[in-house]
Design a protein around this ligand. Sequence first.
Ligand code: BTN
Length: 349
Amino acid sequence: MFFVHPIARSPDHPISITPMSTTSTDRRIDKLIHLLVKNATVVVPGPKIASEIGVTRFQVWRWIENLRSLGVEIRGVPAEGYQLVTIPDILTPSLVRAELGECPIGRNIVHYFRTDSTNGVAIKLAADGAEHGTVVVAEEQTAGRGRLGRAWFSEKSSGIYTSIILRPPLAPAAAPVLTLMAGLAAQKAVSTVTGLAVDIRWPNDLLVNGKKVCGILTEMSAEVDRLHAVVLGIGINVNHSVMPRELENIATSLRMEAHRGISRIQVLVTLLRDLERYYQMLLNNGNKAITERWEAASTFAHGKRVRVVTAAGETLATTTGLDASGALKIQYDDGRPDSLVAGEVLEVK
Ligand code: BTN
Protein backbone atom coordinates (compact mmCIF):
# COMPACT_ATOMS: atom_id res chain seq x y z
CA MET A 1 0.00 0.00 0.00
CA PHE A 2 2.94 2.29 0.65
CA PHE A 3 5.69 3.54 -1.45
CA VAL A 4 8.63 4.39 0.77
CA HIS A 5 10.07 7.30 -1.08
CA PRO A 6 13.76 8.13 -1.15
CA ILE A 7 13.08 11.47 0.46
CA ALA A 8 16.18 13.14 -0.95
CA ARG A 9 14.78 13.06 -4.50
CA SER A 10 15.18 16.11 -6.68
CA PRO A 11 12.91 19.02 -5.82
CA ASP A 12 9.66 19.62 -7.58
CA HIS A 13 10.01 23.17 -8.80
CA PRO A 14 7.07 25.40 -9.53
CA ILE A 15 6.85 26.21 -13.24
CA SER A 16 8.68 29.22 -14.56
CA ILE A 17 6.60 30.12 -17.60
CA THR A 18 4.07 32.35 -15.89
CA PRO A 19 4.58 35.20 -13.46
CA MET A 20 2.79 33.06 -10.88
CA SER A 21 5.58 30.57 -10.72
CA THR A 22 7.74 31.08 -7.67
CA THR A 23 7.00 30.87 -4.00
CA SER A 24 7.60 34.56 -3.43
CA THR A 25 5.39 35.46 -6.38
CA ASP A 26 2.66 33.27 -4.95
CA ARG A 27 2.78 35.21 -1.70
CA ARG A 28 2.32 38.54 -3.46
CA ILE A 29 -0.51 37.18 -5.60
CA ASP A 30 -2.08 35.85 -2.43
CA LYS A 31 -1.91 39.41 -1.08
CA LEU A 32 -3.46 40.76 -4.29
CA ILE A 33 -6.37 38.34 -4.05
CA HIS A 34 -6.80 39.07 -0.37
CA LEU A 35 -6.91 42.80 -1.09
CA LEU A 36 -9.56 42.35 -3.79
CA VAL A 37 -11.64 40.07 -1.54
CA LYS A 38 -11.43 42.50 1.40
CA ASN A 39 -12.63 45.30 -0.88
CA ALA A 40 -15.04 43.20 -2.90
CA THR A 41 -17.76 45.86 -3.11
CA VAL A 42 -15.53 48.65 -4.45
CA VAL A 43 -13.19 49.34 -7.33
CA VAL A 44 -9.65 49.18 -5.96
CA PRO A 45 -7.28 51.58 -7.74
CA GLY A 46 -4.39 49.89 -9.58
CA PRO A 47 -1.74 52.14 -7.96
CA LYS A 48 -3.09 51.31 -4.48
CA ILE A 49 -2.85 47.57 -5.20
CA ALA A 50 0.65 48.03 -6.66
CA SER A 51 1.96 49.94 -3.66
CA GLU A 52 0.33 47.67 -1.06
CA ILE A 53 1.87 44.53 -2.51
CA GLY A 54 5.12 46.14 -3.63
CA VAL A 55 5.05 45.61 -7.41
CA THR A 56 4.53 47.75 -10.53
CA ARG A 57 1.08 48.52 -11.95
CA PHE A 58 2.08 46.57 -15.04
CA GLN A 59 2.79 43.53 -12.87
CA VAL A 60 -0.61 43.92 -11.21
CA TRP A 61 -2.24 43.97 -14.65
CA ARG A 62 -0.34 40.79 -15.70
CA TRP A 63 -1.39 38.96 -12.56
CA ILE A 64 -4.99 40.10 -13.01
CA GLU A 65 -4.86 38.64 -16.53
CA ASN A 66 -3.48 35.38 -15.11
CA LEU A 67 -6.21 35.21 -12.50
CA ARG A 68 -8.82 35.81 -15.20
CA SER A 69 -7.37 32.91 -17.16
CA LEU A 70 -8.01 30.75 -14.08
CA GLY A 71 -11.66 31.79 -14.12
CA VAL A 72 -11.49 34.53 -11.50
CA GLU A 73 -13.95 37.22 -12.59
CA ILE A 74 -12.35 40.65 -12.17
CA ARG A 75 -13.90 43.81 -13.61
CA GLY A 76 -11.43 46.36 -14.94
CA VAL A 77 -12.65 49.97 -14.81
CA PRO A 78 -10.51 52.12 -17.14
CA ALA A 79 -8.51 54.77 -15.26
CA GLU A 80 -9.98 53.59 -11.97
CA GLY A 81 -8.94 50.06 -11.03
CA TYR A 82 -10.18 46.54 -10.45
CA GLN A 83 -13.14 44.94 -8.73
CA LEU A 84 -13.94 41.32 -8.01
CA VAL A 85 -17.21 40.25 -9.61
CA THR A 86 -17.51 37.10 -7.48
CA ILE A 87 -15.43 35.72 -4.62
CA PRO A 88 -13.02 33.38 -6.38
CA ASP A 89 -12.97 29.67 -5.65
CA ILE A 90 -9.21 29.40 -5.59
CA LEU A 91 -7.22 27.85 -2.83
CA THR A 92 -4.65 30.50 -1.95
CA PRO A 93 -3.40 30.49 1.66
CA SER A 94 -5.12 33.66 2.86
CA LEU A 95 -8.51 32.58 1.50
CA VAL A 96 -8.21 29.05 2.93
CA ARG A 97 -6.96 30.25 6.30
CA ALA A 98 -9.74 32.84 6.58
CA GLU A 99 -12.25 29.95 6.42
CA LEU A 100 -10.20 27.37 8.31
CA GLY A 101 -9.42 29.35 11.45
CA GLU A 102 -7.31 27.60 14.09
CA CYS A 103 -6.48 24.10 12.89
CA PRO A 104 -3.05 22.49 13.32
CA ILE A 105 -3.39 20.83 9.90
CA GLY A 106 -3.25 23.82 7.58
CA ARG A 107 -1.38 26.25 9.83
CA ASN A 108 1.23 26.39 7.07
CA ILE A 109 -0.15 26.35 3.51
CA VAL A 110 2.06 26.33 0.41
CA HIS A 111 0.10 27.18 -2.72
CA TYR A 112 1.00 26.69 -6.39
CA PHE A 113 -0.93 27.80 -9.42
CA ARG A 114 0.81 24.99 -11.23
CA THR A 115 3.28 22.32 -10.23
CA ASP A 116 4.12 18.84 -11.43
CA SER A 117 2.97 16.97 -8.31
CA THR A 118 2.04 18.31 -4.87
CA ASN A 119 3.31 15.02 -3.40
CA GLY A 120 6.71 15.69 -4.98
CA VAL A 121 6.73 19.19 -3.46
CA ALA A 122 5.60 17.91 -0.05
CA ILE A 123 8.24 15.16 0.02
CA LYS A 124 10.93 17.74 -0.66
CA LEU A 125 9.52 20.11 1.98
CA ALA A 126 9.33 17.27 4.51
CA ALA A 127 12.99 16.39 3.82
CA ASP A 128 13.83 20.06 4.42
CA GLY A 129 12.08 19.94 7.82
CA ALA A 130 8.58 21.30 7.07
CA GLU A 131 6.41 21.23 10.17
CA HIS A 132 3.64 18.72 10.92
CA GLY A 133 0.39 19.85 9.32
CA THR A 134 1.99 21.65 6.35
CA VAL A 135 -0.41 21.61 3.40
CA VAL A 136 0.71 21.88 -0.22
CA VAL A 137 -2.06 22.72 -2.65
CA ALA A 138 -2.09 23.38 -6.40
CA GLU A 139 -4.68 24.68 -8.86
CA GLU A 140 -3.17 22.39 -11.49
CA GLN A 141 -0.67 19.52 -11.66
CA THR A 142 1.25 18.70 -14.80
CA ALA A 143 2.40 15.26 -13.57
CA GLY A 144 -0.07 14.26 -10.84
CA ARG A 145 0.84 10.85 -9.47
CA GLY A 146 -1.62 8.08 -8.70
CA ARG A 147 -1.29 4.73 -6.94
CA LEU A 148 0.34 1.77 -8.64
CA GLY A 149 2.41 4.02 -10.91
CA ARG A 150 -0.61 5.59 -12.59
CA ALA A 151 -1.08 9.26 -13.49
CA TRP A 152 -3.69 11.47 -11.81
CA PHE A 153 -5.75 13.66 -14.13
CA SER A 154 -5.37 17.17 -12.68
CA GLU A 155 -7.38 19.65 -14.74
CA LYS A 156 -6.78 23.32 -13.92
CA SER A 157 -9.03 24.85 -11.25
CA SER A 158 -11.46 21.93 -11.34
CA GLY A 159 -10.15 19.59 -8.68
CA ILE A 160 -8.45 19.67 -5.33
CA TYR A 161 -4.83 18.56 -5.53
CA THR A 162 -3.31 18.61 -2.09
CA SER A 163 -0.61 16.90 -0.05
CA ILE A 164 -0.50 17.02 3.72
CA ILE A 165 2.67 16.43 5.73
CA LEU A 166 2.14 14.57 9.00
CA ARG A 167 4.78 13.72 11.57
CA PRO A 168 3.00 11.12 13.70
CA PRO A 169 4.70 9.80 16.83
CA LEU A 170 4.08 6.29 15.52
CA ALA A 171 5.97 3.30 14.12
CA PRO A 172 5.96 2.56 10.36
CA ALA A 173 3.46 -0.22 11.04
CA ALA A 174 0.86 2.51 11.62
CA ALA A 175 1.09 3.68 8.02
CA PRO A 176 -1.82 1.55 6.68
CA VAL A 177 -4.16 2.94 9.30
CA LEU A 178 -3.06 6.49 8.48
CA THR A 179 -4.11 5.91 4.90
CA LEU A 180 -7.50 4.51 5.98
CA MET A 181 -7.87 7.54 8.23
CA ALA A 182 -7.31 9.85 5.26
CA GLY A 183 -10.03 8.03 3.32
CA LEU A 184 -12.47 8.36 6.20
CA ALA A 185 -11.77 12.08 6.56
CA ALA A 186 -12.18 12.64 2.82
CA GLN A 187 -15.44 10.69 2.80
CA LYS A 188 -16.80 12.72 5.70
CA ALA A 189 -15.79 16.02 4.11
CA VAL A 190 -17.18 15.22 0.66
CA SER A 191 -20.48 13.90 1.98
CA THR A 192 -20.89 16.84 4.39
CA VAL A 193 -20.34 19.49 1.73
CA THR A 194 -22.23 17.82 -1.13
CA GLY A 195 -24.87 15.68 0.58
CA LEU A 196 -23.89 12.82 -1.76
CA ALA A 197 -23.67 9.20 -0.62
CA VAL A 198 -19.96 8.38 -0.74
CA ASP A 199 -18.54 4.86 -0.51
CA ILE A 200 -14.91 3.95 0.27
CA ARG A 201 -13.19 1.25 -1.76
CA TRP A 202 -10.23 -0.27 0.06
CA PRO A 203 -7.85 1.19 0.81
CA ASN A 204 -9.09 4.71 0.24
CA ASP A 205 -10.75 5.46 -3.10
CA LEU A 206 -13.97 7.43 -2.75
CA LEU A 207 -16.81 6.35 -5.04
CA VAL A 208 -20.05 8.10 -5.87
CA ASN A 209 -22.59 6.01 -7.76
CA GLY A 210 -19.87 3.42 -8.33
CA LYS A 211 -17.38 5.84 -9.92
CA LYS A 212 -14.22 7.28 -8.42
CA VAL A 213 -14.24 10.91 -7.26
CA CYS A 214 -11.19 10.88 -4.99
CA GLY A 215 -7.91 9.02 -4.76
CA ILE A 216 -5.23 9.09 -2.08
CA LEU A 217 -1.53 8.39 -2.51
CA THR A 218 0.34 7.94 0.76
CA GLU A 219 4.11 8.22 0.70
CA MET A 220 6.42 8.18 3.68
CA SER A 221 9.95 8.30 4.92
CA ALA A 222 10.79 6.14 7.89
CA GLU A 223 13.44 4.32 9.86
CA VAL A 224 12.84 0.80 11.12
CA ASP A 225 11.04 1.94 14.26
CA ARG A 226 9.96 5.50 13.52
CA LEU A 227 8.02 7.39 10.89
CA HIS A 228 9.79 10.62 9.91
CA ALA A 229 7.06 12.02 7.77
CA VAL A 230 3.95 10.83 6.01
CA VAL A 231 2.66 12.64 2.94
CA LEU A 232 -1.05 12.16 2.31
CA GLY A 233 -1.65 13.13 -1.32
CA ILE A 234 -5.34 13.65 -1.95
CA GLY A 235 -6.95 14.31 -5.33
CA ILE A 236 -10.66 15.12 -5.53
CA ASN A 237 -12.58 15.61 -8.79
CA VAL A 238 -14.77 18.55 -7.83
CA ASN A 239 -16.00 20.75 -10.68
CA HIS A 240 -15.01 18.83 -13.81
CA SER A 241 -17.94 19.07 -16.19
CA VAL A 242 -16.80 16.05 -18.20
CA MET A 243 -14.17 13.40 -17.60
CA PRO A 244 -11.72 12.42 -20.34
CA ARG A 245 -13.02 9.60 -22.52
CA GLU A 246 -10.57 7.03 -21.11
CA LEU A 247 -11.83 7.74 -17.56
CA GLU A 248 -15.53 8.38 -18.12
CA ASN A 249 -16.63 4.84 -17.24
CA ILE A 250 -14.69 4.68 -13.99
CA ALA A 251 -14.42 8.27 -12.73
CA THR A 252 -16.75 11.18 -12.14
CA SER A 253 -16.79 14.55 -10.37
CA LEU A 254 -18.81 15.94 -7.50
CA ARG A 255 -20.37 18.49 -9.84
CA MET A 256 -21.43 15.82 -12.32
CA GLU A 257 -23.07 13.77 -9.55
CA ALA A 258 -24.60 16.62 -7.54
CA HIS A 259 -25.71 18.54 -10.68
CA ARG A 260 -24.39 21.81 -9.26
CA GLY A 261 -21.05 23.53 -8.80
CA ILE A 262 -19.30 22.72 -5.54
CA SER A 263 -17.11 25.15 -3.59
CA ARG A 264 -13.59 23.74 -3.68
CA ILE A 265 -12.58 25.93 -0.77
CA GLN A 266 -15.42 24.52 1.32
CA VAL A 267 -14.39 20.94 0.50
CA LEU A 268 -10.73 21.63 1.27
CA VAL A 269 -11.41 23.41 4.56
CA THR A 270 -13.82 20.68 5.70
CA LEU A 271 -11.29 18.02 4.67
CA LEU A 272 -8.49 19.61 6.71
CA ARG A 273 -10.73 19.88 9.78
CA ASP A 274 -11.91 16.27 9.43
CA LEU A 275 -8.34 15.06 8.94
CA GLU A 276 -7.36 16.79 12.17
CA ARG A 277 -10.29 15.20 13.99
CA TYR A 278 -9.58 11.64 12.78
CA TYR A 279 -5.85 12.09 13.34
CA GLN A 280 -6.46 13.01 17.00
CA MET A 281 -8.85 10.07 17.27
CA LEU A 282 -6.12 7.72 16.02
CA LEU A 283 -3.49 9.13 18.38
CA ASN A 284 -5.79 9.10 21.40
CA ASN A 285 -7.77 5.90 20.85
CA GLY A 286 -5.56 3.73 18.63
CA ASN A 287 -6.08 1.80 15.39
CA LYS A 288 -9.41 0.29 16.39
CA ALA A 289 -11.12 3.70 16.48
CA ILE A 290 -10.27 4.08 12.78
CA THR A 291 -10.69 0.50 11.54
CA GLU A 292 -14.14 0.19 13.15
CA ARG A 293 -15.32 3.46 11.64
CA TRP A 294 -13.86 2.49 8.26
CA GLU A 295 -15.73 -0.84 8.35
CA ALA A 296 -18.95 1.00 9.10
CA ALA A 297 -18.35 3.51 6.31
CA SER A 298 -17.44 1.17 3.45
CA THR A 299 -19.55 -1.39 1.60
CA PHE A 300 -16.23 -3.07 0.71
CA ALA A 301 -15.51 -4.14 4.31
CA HIS A 302 -17.67 -7.26 4.57
CA GLY A 303 -19.17 -9.68 2.08
CA LYS A 304 -18.18 -7.80 -1.08
CA ARG A 305 -17.35 -9.92 -4.12
CA VAL A 306 -14.10 -8.54 -5.49
CA ARG A 307 -11.42 -9.11 -8.07
CA VAL A 308 -8.06 -8.88 -6.36
CA VAL A 309 -5.60 -7.38 -8.82
CA THR A 310 -1.90 -8.06 -8.28
CA ALA A 311 1.17 -8.18 -10.52
CA ALA A 312 0.53 -11.94 -10.82
CA GLY A 313 -2.99 -11.49 -12.20
CA GLU A 314 -6.58 -11.36 -10.94
CA THR A 315 -8.29 -13.64 -8.42
CA LEU A 316 -11.89 -13.68 -7.22
CA ALA A 317 -12.54 -13.32 -3.49
CA THR A 318 -15.01 -12.09 -0.85
CA THR A 319 -14.07 -9.50 1.76
CA THR A 320 -14.28 -10.41 5.46
CA GLY A 321 -13.34 -7.18 7.29
CA LEU A 322 -10.18 -5.34 8.35
CA ASP A 323 -7.55 -6.70 10.70
CA ALA A 324 -6.10 -4.61 13.52
CA SER A 325 -3.35 -3.20 11.29
CA GLY A 326 -5.74 -2.04 8.58
CA ALA A 327 -5.11 -4.91 6.14
CA LEU A 328 -8.17 -6.11 4.19
CA LYS A 329 -9.14 -9.68 5.06
CA ILE A 330 -10.47 -11.75 2.15
CA GLN A 331 -11.38 -15.32 1.35
CA TYR A 332 -10.48 -16.52 -2.14
CA ASP A 333 -13.08 -18.55 -4.00
CA ASP A 334 -11.02 -21.70 -3.37
CA GLY A 335 -11.47 -21.12 0.39
CA ARG A 336 -8.01 -19.75 1.24
CA PRO A 337 -8.00 -16.77 3.59
CA ASP A 338 -5.60 -13.86 2.99
CA SER A 339 -4.87 -10.32 4.22
CA LEU A 340 -4.09 -7.62 1.68
CA VAL A 341 -1.68 -4.86 2.59
CA ALA A 342 -1.23 -3.50 -0.91
CA GLY A 343 -2.76 -3.65 -4.36
CA GLU A 344 -6.21 -3.12 -5.69
CA VAL A 345 -9.65 -4.63 -5.25
CA LEU A 346 -12.46 -4.06 -7.73
CA GLU A 347 -16.10 -4.90 -7.21
CA VAL A 348 -17.42 -7.86 -9.21
CA LYS A 349 -20.62 -6.57 -10.77
C1 BTN B 1 -4.92 7.16 -6.75
O1 BTN B 1 -4.34 6.62 -7.67
O2 BTN B 1 -6.09 6.86 -6.47
C2 BTN B 1 -4.23 8.19 -5.91
C3 BTN B 1 -4.33 9.56 -6.54
C4 BTN B 1 -3.67 10.65 -5.71
C5 BTN B 1 -3.67 11.97 -6.43
C6 BTN B 1 -3.20 13.08 -5.57
S1 BTN B 1 -3.48 14.67 -6.30
C7 BTN B 1 -2.54 15.41 -5.05
C8 BTN B 1 -1.35 14.51 -4.78
N1 BTN B 1 -0.26 14.80 -5.68
C9 BTN B 1 -0.02 13.81 -6.52
O3 BTN B 1 0.84 13.81 -7.42
N2 BTN B 1 -0.87 12.79 -6.28
C10 BTN B 1 -1.75 13.08 -5.18
